[in-house]
Design a protein around this ligand. Structure first.
Ligand code: PAF
Length: 294
C-alpha cells in the first residue's frame, strides 16, 4: 500500500518514523503527472532503499510563466495509483504555505529572504531562458531535503542542468546522495515528459526532431568532431525547418559547467536543446561521449 500522506508535516513524521526504525530512505521529488520515466526513478529508489517516498508538487517558485504553471498537468489520484504499482511507500503533496509556513508573500511567491541561491551551475541555458527557475528549484528541493532527510534522492538526466544545481546543493548541505538516472524515451526518441501530454497530434509528430538532432551531433562527435561550435551548428541545422522554435541548442563540458560555450576542443561533451512546439516547451540532452547516467 502506498500511504497518501496529507501534507508536508505528515511526510516529515513518516520519514522520521522510518529513520527511527533504522530504515534507509529513498526520495523522488516530482511535479506529478507521472510517466514511465518517473516510475523508473521510483523503482530504482525502491530497489536501493528500505523505504521510498515521492513528493508531488507543482512548484510555483520555478515557473517564470504563469500560463505554463496553470497549464502544467495535474493528476494526484492517477499518480497515487501508479506509485502503488511500483511499491512506493508513501506519497505527499501540499500547498506553498504548507511547505513554507509563514514565509509566503503570495500564493506563488516567498518573502525575499526565504529563497535559496542555486549557485553557479544555474547560469546560462535554462537559467538564462527562465528567469528565477533554478532559484525556485533550489528553494523547494532544499526544503524537501530538510523535511524528508533521505539517504538518496533520485533525479532524471533529462533535466541535465537541474542535476548539476541539485548536486551542488546536496554537496553544500552535506547530503543526501544525488542519484541521476537515464532519460526514458518514447520509441521515436522523444524524451518522456509530463509536458508531452500537452502536445497536439501535429506537435507530437514534430517533437522527435529534438532527439534526432542530438543523435546527429553524437554522430559528428563519433566521427571525431570536438569543436563545441561545430557540434552546436549540427544541432541547429537539424532543428531548422522542423516547426519547432529554438530557445537554445548548445554543447557544454558536462563536468566543467560554463554559462557560455566553452572553448574547444572538448574532451567530454553534452548537447542540450530547448525548443517550443506551440506553447509547450521541451528540453532534452545527450552525452556525446557516451558517458550517460548509469
Ligand atoms: O524535476 C522536477 O520535476 C522539479 O524540478 C523538482 C525537482 C520536482 C522540483 O520541483
Amino acid at each position: 500500500m502506498t500511504a497518501l500522506l496529507e501534507d508536508p508535516a505528515a511526510a516529515e513524521r513518516w520519514c522520521a518514523a522510518q529513520r527511527a526504525a533504522g530504515r534507509s530512505l529513498g526520495f523522488v521529488p516530482t511535479m506529478g503527472a507521472l510517466h514511465a520515466g518517473h516510475l523508473a526513478l521510483v523503482e530504482r529508489a525502491v530497489a536501493e532503499n528500505d523505504a521510498t517516498l515521492v513528493s508531488v508538487f507543482v512548484n510555483p517558485l520555478q515557473f517564470d510563466d504563469a500560463g505554463d504553471f496553470r497549464a502544467y498537468p495535474r493528476d494526484l489520484a492517477g499518480d497515487a495509483r501508479l506509485l502503488e504499482t511500483v511499491g512506493c511507500g508513501a506519497v505527499f503533496s501540499g500547498t506553498l504555505e504548507q511547505f513554507f509556513p509563514g514565509r509566503c508573500a503570495s500564493a506563488t511567491e516567498l518573502e525575499p529572504g526565504a529563497y535559496v541561491d542555486p549557485g553557479p551551475t544555474a547560469e546560462g541555458l535554462e537559467g538564462a531562458h527562465r528567469a528565477g527557475h533554478f532559484r525556485g528549484v533550489a528553494t523547494i528541493v532544499d526544503r524537501l531535503f530538510d523535511l524528508v532527510r533521505c539517504d538518496r534522492a533520485y533525479f532524471g538526466a533529462k533535466d541535465f542542468q537541474q542535476t548539476l544545481v541539485v548536486g551542488d546543493l546536496a554537496r553544500r548541505r552535506g547530503g543526501p546522495a544525488v542519484v541521476v538516472c537515464p532519460t526514458h524515451r518514447e520509441p521515436d526518441g522523444l524524451a518522456m515528459s509530463s509536458r508531452n501530454l500537452l502536445l497536439t497530434p501535429a506537435q507530437r509528430e514534430r517533437a522527435p526532431a529534438i532527439h534526432a538532432a542530438l543523435a546527429a551531433a553524437r554522430e559528428r562527435w563519433r566521427s571525431g568532431e570536438r569543436d563545441p561550435d561545430e557540434l552546436a551548428s549540427t544541432l541547429r541545422a537539424r532543428l531548422a525547418d522542423t516547426g519547432l522554435a529554438l530557445d537554445y541548442a548548445e554543447v557544454r563540458d558536462p563536468r566543467a559547467w560554463t554559462a557560455h560555450a566553452p572553448a574547444g576542443p572538448l574532451e567530454r561533451a553534452v548537447a542540450l536543446v530547448a525548443a517550443r512546439a506551440g506553447d509547450v516547451r521541451l528540453i532534452d540532452n545527450l552525452r556525446l561521449d557516451g558517458e550517460d547516467a548509469a
